[in-house]
Design a protein around this ligand. Structure first.
Ligand code: PGA
Length: 306
């Protein structure tokens, strides 16, 4: 059989995600390119590897066999790559970093400084939501992750490196703007613009309210912080966001934060990697950089000012 490693890599990603679209996104391929790789593999093997169940693709019996082997092959390729990276030393090599969408408000600043210091390290940044970050950690397809809520269902090391205060935002002409120590219960009368399921901000927000027995009214749902901020500005409701996302809006007074009991919710950003992962010298250097310098370079605006 003439199987290629590329075919096996694409096949493994499709099987893991039960989806061509998500696998293609992870591998930075177009969806037709991913389908073609799998089709060629099926032709070579002479059996179908997937069948369609509604919108999902699931493995056939032959597919399950190939999946078991391809996981092992991919795992051992990644281990080989880690060893080779470590032989290259810190001055070279490549580094794959994935961050939660909210982290992208400061990640490029960190990468720019790190890249200046280590110009020969090839850096790759993926920005995605929490759910995909957890999958990337699980499949060991990323070196380091920066996120707000480390996973519990995957064995990881996680180290806090900077404050991540969550605040309630409102348009400047909102009746509660400027009021002091607003009781939490008062929020029952308000509508909240929500981030999507799978967002770390949303998870933290829901936990905050449910731990305090406070129900809130859900309004529109949006997949981007930028969309949430525009919606709040347009009067569609209040929302909870990381202080990192609203530096400009606070400066220009396009949005204000509300002084609600329990807020800011003081959370942390975490640097996360798979437990037992052998960090390459480039990855170790980035880890040290984030743990010692990120808070100096990218700390959110002065909390006393909100
Ligand atoms: P989010 O992540 O952008 O997915 O909301 C932020 C977080 O993990 O706290």
């Amino acid at each position: 059989m003439h199987l290629s490693l590329r075919q096996l890599r694409v096949f493994e990603a499709v099987a893991r995600h039960n989806s061509y679209t998500r696998a293609a996104a992870e591998l930075h391929l177009s969806q037709p390119a991913a389908s073609m790789q799998v089709r060629q593999l099926e032709d070579e093997i002479g059996l179908p590897l997937f069948e369609r169940l509604g919108k999902q693709v699931v493995l056939t019996e032959a597919g399950r066999e190939v999946f078991q082997s391809s996981r092992l092959i991919n795992q051992s390729l990644r281990e080989m790559q880690e060893v080779l990276e470590s032989l290259k030393g810190v001055s070279r090599g490549s580094l794959r970093i994935a961050v939660a969408s909210t982290v992208n408000y400061f990640a490029p600043r960190l990468l720019a400084i790190f890249q200046q210091r280590h110009p020969k390290i090839g850096l790759r940044l993926d920005v995605t939501n929490r759910e995909s970050l957890v999958q990337m950690l699980d499949s060991n397809s990323v070196d380091l992750v920066l996120m707000g809520v480390p996973p519990r269902n995957v064995e990881v090391e996680s180290e806090a490196f900077m404050d991540n205060p969550l605040v309630i935002i409102a348009p400047p002409d909102h009746p509660l703007a400027g009021e002091r120590t607003i009781p939490l219960a008062r929020l029952a009368e308000e509508t909240f613009v929500m981030r999507e399921e799978g967002s770390g901000t949303r998870q933290a927000m829901e936990r905050f309210f449910s731990e305090r027995g406070q129900t809130i009214r859900h309004g529109m749902q949006m997949t981007r912080n930028e969309a949430v901020k525009q919606a709040v500005r347009s009067g569609l409701g209040l929302s909870v966001v990381s202080l990192h996302t609203i530096e400009l809006e606070l400066e220009t007074r396009r949005l204000v934060t509300l002084d609600v009991e329990g807020f800011p919710d003081r959370r942390q950003w975490y640097l996360v990697y798979r437990r037992g992962k052998r960090l390459s010298p480039a990855a170790s250097a980035f880890r040290d950089f984030v743990l010692t310098e990120a808070a100096v370079i990218a700390a959110p605006a002065n909390l006393d000012a909100v």
